[in-house]
Design a protein around this ligand. Structure first.
Ligand code: ZN
Length: 166
């Protein structure tokens, strides 16, 4: 007997909004969508946002048959996140670089270039610290670089992308 409860409305909505109420496979994007469990319900017995993806009935069937495997589905979901969060390729490159570097690693970052990291700095994924050697000010403007580092939130964000499982 199947006693599976329905997917809570707020989680279902979040999954559908993430995919723009279309199939999450970019070459499909069909408008009629189901919510699919990447790890099957029988195994996970939970409706968790990270495990759910919007698929059209055709792609849903193909996923159930294993023609579209779990790793591929995770990549499609990661791609949706990139679109959704709107971080630039530069920001993502820096996040991956720092997430893979030793804990206290930092990049020398000139203040004039802060605009390039506006979104990730504002979201608190990256942080800036004054260079411990002090700063050089020229005509009232800081000319020396700061230390750019990844925050705990930034590390969580990179880990949540699930790419390490691929
Ligand atoms: Zn589809």
């Amino acid at each position: 007997m199947d006693s599976r409860p329905p997917i809570p409305a707020d989680i279902r909505r979040r999954v559908l909004v993430e995919a723009g109420h279309r199939c999450a496979i970019p070459t499909c994007r069909y408008i009629e969508v189901d919510v699919h469990h990447v790890i099957p319900w029988a195994q996970c017995q939970a409706h968790e946002y990270d495990n759910l993806i919007a698929l059209c009935p055709n792609c849903h069937r193909r996923a159930d048959r294993g023609e579209i495997d779990r790793k591929a589905l995770r990549l499609y979901k990661v791609n949706l996140r990139f679109i959704h969060d709107k971080y630039s390729q530069l920001e993502m490159d820096i996040l991956f670089e720092l997430a893979g570097a030793p804990v206290n690693a930092a990049i020398q970052w000139p203040p004039a270039n802060n605009i390039l990291l506006k979104r990730s700095l504002e979201s608190g994924l990256l942080g800036l610290a004054q260079n411990p050697n002090g700063s050089v000010v020229v005509m009232g403007m800081q000319a020396s670089p700061n230390n750019l580092f990844i925050t705990d939130k930034g590390r969580e964000y990179v880990a949540d992308l699930g790419l390490h499982e691929l």
